[in-house]
Structure formats: structure tokens, C-alpha cells
Write a protein that binds this ligand. Structure first.
Ligand SMILES: [Zn+2]
Length: 657
């Protein structure tokens, strides 16, 4: 959900080394009338060092300008693709009065909002993104204060601390301060109803939680405040002090999802989705530590999405149980299996969420890196490493090397090789069980890998009466490892819980519906003669198949749709496995995924009648990552992923060496 702002931090590490008091200070008095879209502001810019100038978007007209108390002229040039107004040499203070008529709100999807850099105003919601250049930007990091004036009925905010607020017939006045180093200012306003709660944190400090919602969302406010409190407390305990005095959830008239310091700005329709509170809200809360609290070193790789994914999205799966967590890890490895090795870049080259492949590396590989690191150094050292990293780098730029240093310090050993191979190196190993044989009291296991990674491979030893997991080191291309006291094991399984970032043969991963849904040559297979069922099948296939609803052809992934008895008969006639137990005798419709003897995926949808099939059109397309699902009408009643096929060798029954 998060669209991280691309900061221009490459040159800013040096600036950050300056104490906070030496940051340029920007003071803004802003008046905005969302109905007429009239915007007017006065900005005061001050720095201990000479001010070279400031950037301001061309749409803003400067009506008055003084430099060090005297009227002055500026020279307009271009810097980094932005309009740059150069101040006279030696300037230390500038006061700029400027104005504009902002653009009207358009109906935009999230991608368009990300690309649209113009500030927009509307009675239903105004958004002035930092990247739109709506304030005089001295470049680099700065501190700011914004005093905001809006007409009655409107409220608004920027990131930071709310230090004053008044709302009466004359309108809305609020003042926000951001004393930490900021790299931009986003401003939002709308016809908001504000919900508020105080939250006292473990360290005894009380902060405010707020919802700024459109009126029709008011009944969701209490739930959002509850969950925001839960997430802020969770991460405050896990990592260290929540860095701000306020956390807000703000509703947007467009379908956006942004995380900013001290707030998240989410589309009003997005806020209604149940999974937002369960997952995305926590992810955005956590960005107050990772991303907006410690700034990623953009030039050397963005670690913040991976760490946020690991401690939010993935952690919530662990809370649910090991089965849910395993599903997520399998999902990551499945995505990796679909990336060709030449497209599989290094983590240090991931700088933002640009496209699908970079997100597989930037989010999933990085999240798995933190899981492997925690497995490697243990829970305690990992938790202390997180806290140390936060303590040492809050409101500073930090990269993978600083993360490595914090964890290595707490683990009491160097982690250079670990970070080098997972961060700096592109690609992933594939690992194989080559042999397992008894040698007296011990078990000799031979492992092989492509790519000479230093791995700690989890092996599950299956005994007659128990199982036992051991981790064994593997560094070479092929090594035989002696496991003392394991001679009685009957079988060995390689990384059965999928805790290593590795290339897995896609055929070993459980079949899921999506394999057929997205297959370029996927076709529709009717199993009924009844025209009503065929019409329902065609209509459903049009929703499910990216290839469109072509009729069945040989050797192509098939979507098999029809009435339950006809589906069962069709599968039996072709020698395909029968309806699985999970999808038997339950609900009004069922779907499941499989692969035939040649490995070609297929998906089956069966319903009690044409209406039951039509009821799936809205919901089923969203469940492509499931192996099976049962629907009651349009509601998903139960679902799951088949267990993965674990690589297993019987002891003694070894592959010839
Ligand atoms: Zn994120």
C-alpha cells in the first residue's frame, strides 16, 4: 500500500550529521479555500548558513519577497528538474508571499495519483503532496512549522505535532510543528470529522491518536483508533519510543495509500476494506520507525520495506499460526521461482517499489533475510539489534551496513558474510539433498547447491517415533555432513518449512488457482450441456482468466467449470484426481487447483447451479493464491493452500554418488 516518497537523500547524509538545531527552518502560514481552490501562503525561510535559494513549482506566483528584511529580486533557474529561485549572495532569511489557484480534483486511480504531482483542491478533499513543490523548499532536510487556515466545515493537517487548534464559525486554524529533520511537507484537508484518543505508552509519555474521516466513515473511527493504539503500542514495545506526539489516519477522496511521518493517508473506499485494519494499517504505523523514523540510504538500497514487511505483514501471519506464516513464505518462494535468474537483482539495487520484480526482491527477499537472520542469531539478539539500530539512527540516514553493525554487535559476532551474500549478491541458491546414509551411530547427509552460498540448512530427521530438526552448515557446492546420534533416522527432509531464500522447482510448490487464472494460453472447459450453466461458466471465466474465455485446447491450462456432478464425471473420465475432501459436500460452490501428469496446471470450479457459479464472479478472482476455496453464495466460507511437497530422502536408499 505504501508509496514511499522518493527522497533526494543521496547527498544528504552529510547534512544529517549536522545537529538538528542547525537545520534550515521553514515557517509557513497557509490559507486554502477548497471550494474556490484559492491558495495563498507566506513562507519564512531561515538558516544559520547562507541560503542559496529555494525550489517552488512554476504554478505558484510570488507576490512579495524580502531577503534579510529588504525587498529583493530572485533569479529563476532550473535545478534537478525543478524551478529554482536563486537568492542574492549571503542571504540568511527570506520571506516569500505566494499564491495559486490549485488544480481541481480529478478521478484518479492510485497509480495516477502517484504520478500526478500537481496539488489539488476540492471541498471533498485537498492534497498538496511534498513532491508537487507547493512550498519554498531549501533542498535537503529542514524543520518546519505550518499554520493552516481553512473555511468552516474543513479541517486539515501536515505531518508532525499538533500544537494549536481552533475550530469555530470563522473557520479552522491549526498549527503543526515538525522539529525533526524532514525531507518534505504533505498537506491534506477535507470535510473531516475528527475522532481522538489519548494513548499512554510504556515509557509514560501520552500521545494522541486521531482519525480524520469523511462523515460517512464516522462509524469506522472507533475501530481504527483501537487498532492504531494496538499497533503503536506493539512497535513502541518492540523497537523503542514512538517518535511523534500524534498518529493520524486520514481519509482521501482518491484511492490512495500513503504513509507519511505520523500519519497514513488512505482512500475513503480503501478504509472500508476489512484487511486494511488487519494488515496495511500496522504496516503504515511501523513505517514511523522504518522509513520515516530511520531514513533509508536510497543510493545503497532501501531496507525499510523488507523490515516493515517482516515485522508487520509477516509477523501478523506468525501471530495467526505457523500454517499462515508458511503460506506467506511459500508465496515469496513461488514469486521468486517465476523470476528469471537474469531479472533477479541484488537487494542493494532496490530503491523503491518500481515494478513487480523489484518488489519481489525488495519486499520478499528482504523480509526473508530478516527471518533467516533471526533464525541465525536467535530471537533475543535479533530484538536487541532492532532496538540498537533504532536508538543509534533515529532521524538519520542508515543503510544495510548500519543494520549489519547493529545486529553483529548484539549477536557478538561478525555478520559480514551473511549480509554480503543476501544484500550485495544477485540471485539465490538452489539446494538439493544428494544422499543420506547410516554410518554407525551417525547419519551422513550429502547436500549440494548451486552458487557457493554459506547456508545454515534446516534438516528434519524422521525417526520411527519422533521428528527432530537440526541446522547444518553448507558452504561448498557439495558436502557430506555427519550428524552424530542420528543413525536411527529413517528419512531426511530438506528445509521442510521453507525458511531459506532459495530457488525451488515450481512443481514442488502446491498448485494454486492463480497458475491457471494468469496462464497466457488458459482455456475454458465446459462440462455441462445446459445452456444456462454454460453461460454462467463463460461469464465467470471472463472474470477469472487473463487470457479471456477461450474454448478448451489440448495441453493448455484449463479452467473447468460446471455443475458438481458433471465436474466430477469429467475429472473421472480423464483420470484426474477426484474432488478433494476439503471441497466435498460443503457450500454452494467450490474451487480447487491441481496439476495433471504432465505438470500442466488446471483449476476446477463447481457449483450447485448456474446461480451459484454467477455468485463467484466478484469474490473468486481475489483468491488466486489459494489452492482450494469453498463459497456460500458470494462469501468465501473456507480456503487453504495444499501442503508443499517436501524434498525427502529415505536413509540408505541413497542416490548413487
Ligand atoms: Zn511499505
Amino acid at each position: 500500500m505504501s508509496a514511499r516518497r522518493i527522497a533526494l537523500l543521496a547527498a544528504l547524509a552529510a547534512l544529517l550529521a549536522r545537529p538538528a538545531a542547525a537545520l534550515p527552518q521553514l515557517d509557513l502560514d497557509v490559507r486554502l479555500d477548497p471550494t474556490t481552490r484559492a491558495f495563498a501562503a507566506t513562507a519564512r525561510l531561515a538558516d544559520d548558513r547562507p541560503l542559496a535559494g529555494f525550489a517552488l513549482a512554476p504554478g505558484f506566483e510570488i507576490t512579495a519577497l524580502t531577503v534579510d528584511g529588504r525587498p529583493a529580486r530572485v533569479e529563476a533557474t532550473t535545478r534537478d528538474g525543478r524551478r529554482w529561485l536563486r537568492l542574492p549572495a549571503g542571504a540568511q532569511r527570506a520571506e516569500i508571499a505566494y499564491r495559486a489557484t490549485l488544480a481541481p480534483l480529478r478521478t484518479l486511480d492510485h497509480r495516477q495519483v502517484l504520478q500526478a504531482r500537481a496539488p489539488t483542491a476540492d471541498a471533498d478533499g485537498s492534497f498538496l503532496p511534498a513532491a508537487s513543490g507547493w512550498y519554498p523548499d531549501p533542498g535537503g532536510l529542514f524543520s518546519y512549522r505550518v499554520a493552516l487556515a481553512l473555511p468552516a466545515g474543513q479541517k486539515g493537517l501536515t505531518p508532525g505535532e499538533l500544537v494549536a487548534e481552533r475550530d469555530d464559525a470563522d473557520g479552522y486554524r491549526a498549527e503543526f510543528r515538525f522539529p525533526q529533520p524532514a525531507d518534505g511537507i504533505d498537506l491534506m484537508a477535507g470535510p473531516y470529522v475528527v475522532g481522538e484518543r489519548a494513548l499512554t505508552l510504556a515509557e509514560g509519555r501520552t500521545i494522541r491518536l486521531r482519525t480524520w474521516f469523511h462523515r460517512e466513515l464516522a462509524e469506522l473511527a472507533a475501530g481504527y483508533l483501537d487498532d492504531s493504539a494496538r499497533y503503536v503500542e506493539r512497535y513502541d514495545r518492540l523497537i523503542g519510543d514512538y517518535p511523534f506526539a500524534l498518529f493520524s489516519v486520514v481519509s482521501s477522496p482518491t484511492p490512495t495509500g500513503f504513509g507519511m511521518p505520523s500519519l497514513t493517508y488512505l482512500g475513503r473506499d480503501v478504509l472500508r476494506l476489512p484487511f486494511i485494519r488487519a494488515t496495511s494499517l500496522g504496516h503504515e504505523v511501523l513505517h514511523n520507525w522504518w522509513g520515516n523514523g530511520v531514513y533509508p540510504d536510497w543510493a545503497r538500497g532501501n531496507w525499510s520495506e523488507g523490515l516493515t514487511t517482516f515485522l508487520a505483514d509477516y509477523a501478523y501471519k506468525e501471530d495467526e499460526g505457523e500454517a499462515a506464516a508458511l503460506d506467506m513464505r511459500l508465496g515469496w518462494l513461488r514469486d521468486l521461482a517465476a523470476v528469471t535468474p537474469e531479472n533477479d537483482g541484488a537487494l542493494r539495487d532496490f530503491t523503491s517499489r518500481r515494478h513487480g520484480i523489484s518488489s519481489i526482491v525488495g519486499y520478499n527477499k528482504a523480509a526473508m533475510l530478516f527471518l533467516m537472520l533471526r533464525d541465525e542469531i536467535g530471537l533475543e539478539a535479533f530484538a536487541r539489534g532492532l532496538r540498537r539500530f533504532w536508538r543509534e539512527h533515529r532521524f538519520r540516514v542508515a543503510g544495510w551496513r548500519e543494520l549489519e553493525a547493529a545486529f553483529a554487535h548484539e549477536a557478538g559476532r561478525p555478520l559480514r558474510d551473511f549480509f554480503r551474500q543476501w544484500v550485495e549478491r544477485a540471485g539465490a541458491p538452489s539446494v538439493r539433498l544428494a544422499a543420506a546414509e547410516r554410518r554407525g551411530e551417525a547419519l551422513a547427509v550429502t547436500l549440494a547447491q548451486t552458487g557457493d552460498y554459506a547456508l545454515n540448512v534446516p534438516l528434519r530427521l524422521v525417526f520411527a517415533d519422533r521428528v527432530e530438526t537440526r541446522r547444518v552448515p553448507l558452504a561448498g557446492a557439495r558436502e557430506t555432513i555427519l550428524l552424530p546420534g542420528a543413525g536411527a533416522a529413517q528419512a531426511v527432509e530438506l528445509d521442510p518449512d521453507y525458511r531459506l531464500w532459495r530457488r525451488v522447482d515450481a512443481a514442488a510448490l502446491p498448485a494454486i488457482l492463480r497458475e491457471t487464472f494468469v496462464a497466457p494460453r488458459a482455456t475454458l472447459q465446459f462440462v455441462d450441456d445446459d445452456p444456462a450453466l454454460q453461460a454462467a461458466a463463460r461469464s465467470l471465466a471472463a472474470r477469472l482468466l487473463e487470457s479471456g474465455a477461450r474454448r478448451a485446447a489440448d495441453a493448455a491450462p484449463r479452467l473447468i467449470v460446471g455443475s458438481a456432478p458433471a465436474v466430477d464425471a469429467w475429472l473421472a473420465a480423464r483420470g484426474l484426481p477426484p474432488r478433494p475432501a476439503a471441497a466435498s459436500g460443503r457450500g454452494t460452490a467450490q474451487a480447487w487447483a491441481g496439476r495433471d501428469a504432465s505438470g500442466t496446471p488446471y483449476a476446477v470450479v463447481s457449483g450447485q447451479d448456474a446461480a451459484a457459479l454467477r455468485a463467484l464472479e466478484r469474490g473468486l478472482p481475489h483468491y488466486g493464491r489459494q489452492s482450494w476455496i469453498v463459497f456460500d453464495g458470494g462469501r468465501a466460507a473456507d480456503r487453504g493452500v495444499w501442503p508443499p511437497r517436501v524434498e525427502r530422502l529415505d536413509v540408505g536408499g541413497a542416490v548413487p554418488r
